[in-house]
Design a protein around this ligand. Sequence first.
Ligand code: FES
Ligand code: FE2
Length: 406
Amino acid sequence: MTRNAIQWLNPPRLPEDHYVDSTVYTDRQVFEEERERIFARTWKFVCHESELPDPGNFRSVEHVGIPLVVVRGPDGTVRTFFNSCSHRGAKLVTEPRGTSKNFTCFFHLWSYDTQGRCIEITREEGYEQCGLKKDDCGLRSVRTAVRLGMVFINLDDDAEDFDSYVGNSLEDLLEPMGAQPMEVFHYHRVLMRANWKQWHETNMELYHEWGHVVNRTTSVAVPGYHDRKWKIHPNGHGSLEPLKVQYGNYKGWDQRDNLTLAGLAPGEFRVVDLFPNTTVIVRATTIRIDTSIPIAPGLTLLEQRGLGIKGESAQDRSHRQQHHNQFWGPFGRNLAEDVLFVEAVEAANRQGASRFGIIARHEQLMSQDDEIMRAYYRTWGAHMGRRASDPLGIRQQQAGAIARRA
Ligand code: FES
Ligand SMILES: [Fe+2]
């Protein structure tokens, strides 16, 4: 039966955590609060350490709108700083990446070393009278943790440390990412008209594998697909029991029996979703790391990295890249389709043509159970002090008014 306007505006007759209100993706105030309450306080993936192989290598990034620089020091440690000069605040590093022994600000030429210390103040004697010293002018450091080659940062000095934040969530990655040094061989960015959470949902919601022809053929159709279970970890993270994917089921593709990464059976698939917006996907021979940069409620910059084994032969690398690109390259059969999915949803959300998203599947935590998303939104709600089912508190207010009248 179709629904008239009133019926359609009513929330689904489901428990509250079984649906999300579409304003969770579109509201400007919600978006701004997410920056403050989630992104400024939780651990965020920024890059892979292979992108900073040598001392002096740096990358400038932006997080929550704040310019940062991530740099490997002479002692080999990767550190992160606010990318802002201590003098008058000018952005210090202007290149997206590079190598430098020191950073010199182009405004009045103050200099800093790669450990964030101020090492040079132009005509320093001018500060003698007031007593300002270089030691008072170091860069603002940002907490940085490197695990399994992945570099994470946290703007909040009081947040729990990285290891307790992720708990056991990285367990399934220990061998494939930790047994041999990996490096980024593929990097691309996609600017999409979608909310950042929608993208993370594509990495949690396996029900949509029906939408990918290649996933239908190589995964959903494989015996055992529906038996593996989600592991729901604290703090909004999740991972999925492994499955052997049958890549050879797709016409023209090889079975991926060679080049298997450490600790995996041939063809094995693993996925780890980290709150709020990072996912690591292992597909037997290659790994993808997703993270996103929220720009506006309906605009997100996806950053996607592909990983192979450092130092492997050109032939192996080329074969591994082929596997990566079949699925996840810009012309691959998976990632580009996910962009179409999320943009299709956002196109309806944008003008209020969609009111609620249903996340109500129960399959004893098996592949296509939505509990992973319900757990994610419970964590989101705890950070935000809002409910994903009613983020603006409108229905709660209405219910209160009705109760007062009664
Ligand atoms: S603002 Fe950087 S030296 Fe003045
Ligand atoms: Fe997908």
